[in-house]
Design a protein around this ligand. Structure first.
Ligand code: CA
Length: 231
């Protein structure tokens, strides 16, 4: 398999070096930049397969780096954010970042996210039928089945489920989900998404209070359960 290149943009040198060493042991080629401007320049010359991007950077802000990357390429971005940067986290996801990891994070967790995002972004076209344990979502037939039994969903509920299930593990903000639904619904309040999710859980989950398919990401939005958390 061809070696993947990862660019780490992080001004805290110790963190940057630790991430670099860990991911190199995992078999990636890893380059480091210590501020936003350097990060943007390195991105253009390196053309990495994935970027790990701290948001609070000297020079160009991480959000601006993300915006520039996204303007010209679909290269996956994992943001590093501090706990207090919830608004930035949402802004980053809306700017097109694929995932985020909140500091302090474990290197193992970060490496797992890297693998998941790379798997997702090179997975090719979405299969027509998505399987998640007992749940199958048939995109062409617009049907969801639990243990083979058809689940009675409204068109909006189906669209929401399908949108999330296409990208297991990817975090979506309420606004992104709302936009995905907009062809069908005139709702404009991000909180509308919550009531659809509530209905979906009632229909899909044995215990709606302990959801296993559509997971809440606190302060941000929702994600479909990652593929590696099967069962
Ligand atoms: Ca920083």
């Amino acid at each position: 398999m061809e070696m993947k290149t990862i660019l780490v943009v992080e001004d805290e040198r110790e963190i940057a070096r630790m991430v670099q060493a860990y991911l190199m042991r995992e078999g990636y080629r890893v380059e480091v930049a210590f501020d936003g401007d350097e990060g943007w320049v390195r991105f253009k010359t390196l053309q990495p397969d994935l970027v790990i991007l701290d948001l609070m950077l000297p020079g160009m802000h991480g959000l601006e780096v993300a915006r520039r990357i996204r303007q010209g390429s679909p290269t996956p971005i994992i943001m590093l954010t501090a706990r207090a940067e919830e608004a930035d986290r949402v802004a980053g996801l809306e700017m097109g970042a694929d995932d985020y990891v909140a500091k302090p994070f474990s290197l193992r967790e970060l490496a797992a996210r890297v693998r998941a995002v790379l798997r997702r972004t090179e997975g090719g076209p979405t299969p027509e039928v998505i399987h998640a344990g007992p749940l199958t979502v048939d995109l062409a037939a617009r049907e969801a089945r639990l243990e083979g039994e058809l689940v009675d969903l409204t068109p909006t509920e189906f669209d929401l489920l399908a949108h999330l299930a296409r990208y297991p593990g990817r975090v979506f903000t309420r606004r992104e989900l709302l936009e995905a639904l907009q062809e069908r619904s005139y709702a404009t309040l991000p909180r509308t998404v919550d009531s659809h999710v509530k209905n979906l859980r009632r229909k899909l989950e044995p215990d709606p209070d302990k959801p296993t398919f559509i997971l809440t990401v606190h302060g941000v939005g929702y994600k479909f359960r990652p593929a590696h958390e099967e069962g």
